[in-house]
Design a protein around this ligand. Sequence first.
Ligand code: GLY
Ligand code: MN
Ligand code: MN
Length: 427
Amino acid sequence: MRHHPIDPQLFIANRERLVQQMRGRSLAVVNANDVLPTNADGTLVMQPNSDLFYLAGVEQEESILVLAPDAFDETQREMLFLREPNEHLKTWEGHKLSRDEATRISGIRQVRWLSEFRAEFHKLMCEMDRVYLNSNEHKRAVVEVETRDARFIRDVQARYPLHRYHRLAQLMHPLRAVKSETELGLIRHACGITRRAFLRVLKFVKPGVNECEVEAEFAHEFVRNRAKFAYNPIVAAGANACVLHYLQNDQPCRKGEVLLLDVAASYANYNSDLTRTIPVNGRFTRRQRQVYRAVLRILRAMIRATVPGKLHRDWQKEAEALTQEELLRLGLLTPRDVRGQDPAKPALKKYFMHGLGHVLGLDVHDVGFMEQPFAPGWVLTVEPGIYIPEEGFGVRLENNVVVTPDGPVDLMADIPIEPDEIEALMR
Ligand code: GLY
Ligand code: MN
Ligand code: MN
């Protein structure tokens, strides 16, 4: 665990909120993520399971959380199962959580070893009628490998075919969508680290540096602050900015180009998500500044429009209407392009082809019901852009915003964005 300790009250409160949603005589199980294989005996670094972290603050592989609020035996109502530490593990993998440590982190009193799981689970299954199991229900997820949760579902349903099974995701998503003060504090902390790294990069970038050197500056600042990349960083000079998921980061940054940086930190598994676009030689050209100011106006207007009750679909439409106006003003679209356009394929999509933003939290494209209206406590990214391959550049700006009853709160309001300020900081 690289982050500083978190008050276990966060996880205790999260479990209480979940338990209130569960039906009578039910239990819920959440598994850690798999350690995924690569080649030969290689593995990827494990990504902690967001639901397990949300409910228990635990990041260790193979862990299993079981919640059974109606269990007759009080000690079975909340149990965390962990790998049992031993000398071999200590030598090869280092420290594993002791039971006391796991209790301190999670607030769960009953921490047991995995060897006890089968028997304890069986006892609970004999008492309970309903079982909540976890599945990835993110609309954009493409899952080709069978996950640990999916294997668990198959195994449990084969051995206990007569129970009633339910989707834990249906309960978890609305809970996770609304961030508590502690969660907002962690997201703010991630935004603060991202800010420091961006300021460092503003001093570093000049003609001739490679995109990968810029990535390294971010890495340095993130890691020394106990954070990591929230997602694969996009460091895209010149026309590379028009490749929306550009990940190569291996090209030189040239004089006269702008550099798109979609790079942000994750701290204690809570993510930030920043995009800035800066001039490689410290000065925007007239045209770059014109496009930049257009995107900045859309960003500001759409941050103001991030209010409770708004539907994601309508928010997107508002952004597209503003973008269309700006594209007309920039001469990229003509009134003729816009008149009589197919509403399913509006002309502006040529220059702004992605969504305005997404919910953010323990996942970068977080879970939540995007068909429901924005509600207080949601955190959203706002990320308009204009991409002009024929002019060899693109501009995107992205901030993170909390929805509150009193209007949006911009968590990145202190990260430089005015073109004059960017230029001054690069001098
Ligand atoms: N960096 C990922 C995104 O902006 O959605
Ligand atoms: Mn981003
Ligand atoms: Mn984003």
